[in-house]
Write a protein that binds this ligand. Structure first.
Ligand SMILES: C[S@@+](CC[C@H](N)C(=O)[O-])C[C@H]1O[C@@H](n2cnc3c(N)ncnc32)[C@H](O)[C@@H]1O
Ligand SMILES: Nc1nc2[nH]cc(C(=O)O)c2c(=O)[nH]1
Ligand code: SF4
Ligand SMILES: [Mg+2]
Length: 210
């Protein structure tokens, strides 16, 4: 269990920041868009292939004043902010997201959907995980469903999740990075046969950017 003691985060006035950086959104619908990333520490979902394992232990990332993070983001020319982690919904995100939104920025969320929502988002990317499936609320809130495919039977898992999102939610299959070469032909054939699905690849890894 992750310690999300409200006193520690003072209603979102402090957050366990791992890193913040300006890059290009590599994945999903907004791929290719310059965006300022805010990555929060702490996740208990435990994906074997997680490419952000260094974020899992929130004790490594003592809470920082949210205003410091906001001020840094506002010095950047980006028009979009991606809030990711770790699992960002572990924390109260109202102050962070509303302040940045009120300054005219688009706020995007990357989440496993395993915790209740807080905050105000212009775009929600839900990436469901078998071992800890999303809450109902996350399916309702998702603009984009991005299922990571590591093996062929993840396609069935993808369909189970697609059956739970709203009609307007975009559907993406994203190959797990270490099996990219092996999974890609299968994903391409699947999307061609089931054109409600789109392909997302982690383009930032090919661009060698964060
Ligand atoms: C590191 S997670 C952080 C946000 C949240 N915990 C989640 O899983 O959505 C960001 C995105 O990277 C994806 N991801 C993580 N490791 C990956 C890998 N090895 N290959 C492909 N996608 C990966 C996740 O599924 C998620 O969509
Ligand atoms: N460039 C870039 N795009 C991303 N899209 C989602 C990411 C994430 O880790 O949440 C990510 C990331 O880590 N880097
Ligand atoms: S839910 Fe996200 S951050 Fe957590 S282990 Fe899985 S991919 Fe990593
Ligand atoms: Mg990433």
């Amino acid at each position: 269990m992750i310690d999300t003691d409200p006193a520690l985060f003072d209603g979102g006035r402090r957050l366990p920041l791992v890193e913040d950086f300006y890059t290009i959104q590599g994945e999903g619908f907004h791929a290719g868009k310059p965006a300022y990333f805010i990555r929060l520490g702490g996740c208990d979902v435990g994906c074997r292939w997680c490419d952000a394992k260094y974020t899992w232990n929130p004790r490594r990332y003592p809470p920082v004043d949210v205003q410091v993070v906001i001020d840094r983001a506002l010095t950047c020319p980006a028009r979009a902010i991606v809030i990711t982690g770790g699992e960002p919904l572990l924390y109260p995100l109202d102050i962070l997201t509303r302040t940045l939104h009120d300054r005219g920025l688009q706020i995007f969320l990357e989440t496993s959907g395993t915790h209740p929502f807080s905050g105000r988002f212009d775009w929600v990317c839900l990436s469901p995980k078998r071992q800890q499936p999303p809450l109902d609320e996350a399916f309702r809130r998702a603009h984009e469903l991005k299922v990571i495919v590591e093996r062929e039977d993840d396609l069935q898992w993808a369909e189970q999740n697609a059956a739970r999102v709203g009609d307007d939610c975009l559907l993406y299959l994203q190959p797990e990075w270490s099996v990219y070469e092996r999974m890609m032909p299968l994903l391409v054939e699947y999307a061609k046969a089931h054109p409600q699905w789109n392909i997302s690849i982690q383009t930032h890894k090919f661009m060698h950017i964060p």
